[in-house]
Ligand binder design. Structure first.
Ligand code: PEP
Ligand code: MG
Length: 319
């Protein structure tokens, strides 16, 4: 077994002064499950289930999805799995759904709202998740949550399917914080969930009004913008106070320098593309938590993303 021969350097993600950080995988397809063990990760922090829909000519039946989730649970060998419910809409529309063309798909019917508008499709997925939930460490994550109302409706559908599947309680439920609306509904959201996952890709795009796919906007749309960092800080504080687990699962979590800043802001779980985890672990092992906290304080007080980028540069080990 390769893991038994791995060095601490490969395995343990701890800061120089011993604060453990959990690294998890973002995966988009079930066959990526093998990467979790290969990169010494704790589990899957984000399984984007869109591929089940986008590649299918017809709506994927609940049984077919159950098969996929079962294989994933088996491949993870006891590690945790966060299944995000379908995050369709915008430019991610399956062939079997015909909708009027939206004038701005990015701000159209997306995420949880989309799912609630397609109750049959949504219930089929929740049924499959409920049926696999008893057989492993499986949690459910709702995308693009706006507040307690849409979240409650999603949880209600999950409850129905969980009862039908014979579960005596709900699987752990999480909400993604990736809309500005969710930031202003944190107490209400926290009262309904077991954990939070921050999606920095959408949160940055929506807070800074900058298309996440437009390269000409990348400089200014950076997650390093102090307003975005303050939002993240606020979510971390609210989760700590409410005693809820928090993870960051946007691409920023897989950038070694930004991951260091996130740890300084109080984040202890980072979910990323598995191939990025080695460099994140390497970097975090070379920092003292107090230095990262200091970096976070100065970044929160900065004026611009550029200034924060300079602060990050100055803290590079060996810089
Ligand atoms: C995010 O928005 O940061 C996120 C993780 O979700 P996705 O990239 O799938 O929109
Ligand atoms: Mg998102």
């Amino acid at each position: 077994h390769a893991a038994t021969e791995a060095s601490a350097e490969q395995l343990d993600c701890v800061t120089l002064d011993g604060t453990p950080i959990k690294l998890l995988a973002n995966i988009n397809r079930q066959d990526e499950a093998a990467l979790v063990a290969r990169h010494y990760l704790h589990g899957v922090g984000l399984f984007r289930t869109e591929c089940l829909y986008l590649d299918a000519p017809t709506p994927p039946e609940s049984d077919r999805q159950l098969e996929v989730y079962r294989q994933l649970v088996a491949a993870l060998e006891g590690r945790s799995l966060v299944i995000r419910t379908l995050d369709l809409g915008g430019d991610k529309l399956p062939a079997f759904i015909s909708r009027r063309r939206e004038s701005n798909p990015n701000l159209g019917l997306r995420g949880l709202r989309f799912s609630l508008a397609e109750p049959e499709l949504f219930s089929a997925q929740l049924q499959a998740i409920a049926r696999v939930a008893g057989s492993g460490d499986v949690s459910v994550l709702f995308p693009m949550v706006l507040g307690p109302s849409d979240l409650r409706q999603g949880i209600e559908l999950l409850r129905r399917e969980s009862e039908a599947a014979g579960l005596d309680r709900l699987p752990p439920v999480g909400a993604m914080i990736e809309t500005p609306s969710a930031l202003f509904a944190l107490p209400e959201i926290l009262a309904l969930v077991d954990f939070i996952s921050i999606g920095t890709n959408d949160l940055t795009q929506l807070m800074l009004a900058a298309d996440r796919n437009a390269t000409e906007l990348l400089e200014t749309s950076s997650v390093l913008h102090p307003s975005v960092l303050r939002a993240i800080r606020q979510v971390v504080r609210a989760c700590d106070e409410a005693d809820r687990e928090i993870c960051v699962c946007g691409e920023a979590a897989g950038e070694a320098a930004i991951a260091s800043l996130l740890v300084g802001l109080g984040v202890r779980r980072l979910s990323m593309s598995p191939v990025r985890s080695a460099s994140v672990r390497y970097r975090l092992r070379r920092h003292r938590l107090s230095d990262l906290e200091d970096l976070a304080e100065r970044s929160l007080a900065a004026d611009s993303a550029e200034q924060v980028a300079q602060l990050l540069d100055a803290l590079r080990p060996g810089a």
